[in-house]
Design a protein around this ligand. Structure first.
Ligand code: PMP
Length: 367
């Protein structure tokens, strides 16, 4: 009998077929992926440098320029999630010893930003447009001008807001803007749009030191995405081909629907949702109506209830995901994301019904 060289046997668990459960993905992301985008991702694989692939990448670039409202040539999708794009922005724009200023919470006064910029002389100011942990949308007008006056780049995270709340990269003087695929775009997680202004490119491509990441080095990525004006594309990494098919389709759907229509629908659906919540006696975490993020709603955790029991009950009995807080908002809020195709009155009615049911059946403490 021939001795096998195998010491680790084939895992039994892999003999079972996996079928993903059908769920209403109404947490802060990922959102449900519509059949059209799933189908695009199921197309056969072609080479990452084949002409058709380069054309898809060019289409993606145009789609992101539209979604971001920018003419920036340096517009690509990174192969990775929102965090990858965040690292791409910071790793490329900042050199050792340079300062970065970050707006950590709530609504920032423009004056406070100006004082901090003058004092600390950061090269980059980071702001999250749609704070998915608190449910706040931050105003962007005027901040870019202040940054530029202080020779600072304006970096904005629109992972949770792009397509769901008004955003104009060029008009608002944003130098680096990034997003994610799995929220309003309704594409699978794993690709992340990012764009660099001319001002940002001046800094990124005149570094004295190399970025800490090879994978996210914009000199390489700019060539791979055909943004550097050079005739030859050089292999950098094997792009996630299927994920790019899906991303392209998701951007095509956004372009078909129209950005302004999408912003308007998210706003109207969010308002309808908020009214329904208040009619049920629930309280919204963000008091200022204008500061409410239309994509992710934060509800004050109902007093006397255990928020975990509510989210578990709704998952078990309604096949529907909503989530608890994140970071500073843990224990304080329930978060509901209605993004892209999930932003509809029908989804709102489903969530309200699930919440009503949970509040009836979950344990309420006597204290
Ligand atoms: N920024 C914001 C505002 C987000 O909501 C998220 C995802 N929840 C991220 C960044 C990170 O994105 P990812 O999970 O795709 O890495």
């Amino acid at each position: 009998v021939a001795m096998s060289s195998i010491t680790v046997p084939p895992p039994k668990c892999l003999q079972k077929t996996f079928v993903a459960p059908r769920r209403h993905m109404f947490g802060p992301g990922p959102s449900n992926v519509p059949p059209r985008i799933l189908a695009a991702g199921a197309e056969p694989i072609i080479g990452h440098m084949h002409p058709e692939m380069l054309e898809i990448m060019s289409d993606i670039k145009s789609g992101i320029q539209y979604a971001f409202q920018t003419q920036n040539n340096m517009t690509i999708a990174v192969s990775g999630t929102g965090h990858t794009a965040m690292e791409c922005a910071i790793f490329n724009a900042v050199e050792p010893g340079e300062g970065v200023l970050t707006a950590v919470n709530g609504i920032w006064g423009e004056r406070a930003a100006e004082m901090a910029l003058a004092k600390h002389k950061p090269v980059l100011f980071f702001l999250t447009h749609g704070e998915s942990s608190t449910g706040v949308v931050h105003p962007l007008d005027g901040i870019g001008d202040i940054c530029h006056k202080h020779n600072c780049l304006f970096l904005v995270d629109c992972v949770a807001s792009m397509g769901g709340a008004p955003l104009h990269m060029d008009k608002q003087g944003i130098d680096i803007l990034y997003s994610g695929s799995q929220k309003v775009l309704n594409a699978p997680p794993g690709t992340a749009p990012i764009s660099f202004s001319e001002r940002a490119c001046q800094k990124v491509f005149n570094r004295k030191t190399k970025p800490v990441s090879f994978f996210l080095d914009m000199t390489w990525l700019a060539n791979y995405w055909g943004c550097d004006g050079k005739p030859a594309r050089i292999y950098h990494h094997t792009a996630p081909v299927s994920a790019f098919y899906s991303l392209r389709e998701s951007l095509a759907i956004l372009a078909e629907q129209g950005l302004e229509n999408s912003w308007q629908r998210h706003k109207e659906v969010a308002e309808y949702f908020h009214e329904g919540l208040e009619n049920m006696g629930l309280k919204l975490f963000v008091k200022d109506k204008n500061a409410r993020l239309p994509t992710v709603t934060t509800i004050v955790s109902p007093p006397g209830y255990d928020w975990k029991e509510i989210t578990s009950y709704i998952m078990k009995n309604h096949n529907l995901e909503i989530s608890g807080g994140l970071g500073p908002s843990v224990g304080q809020v329930l978060r509901v994301g209605l993004m892209g195709g999930n932003s509809s009155k029908a989804s709102v009615d489903m969530v309200l019904e699930a919440l009503r049911d949970a509040l009836r059946y979950c344990h309420k403490s006597k204290v």
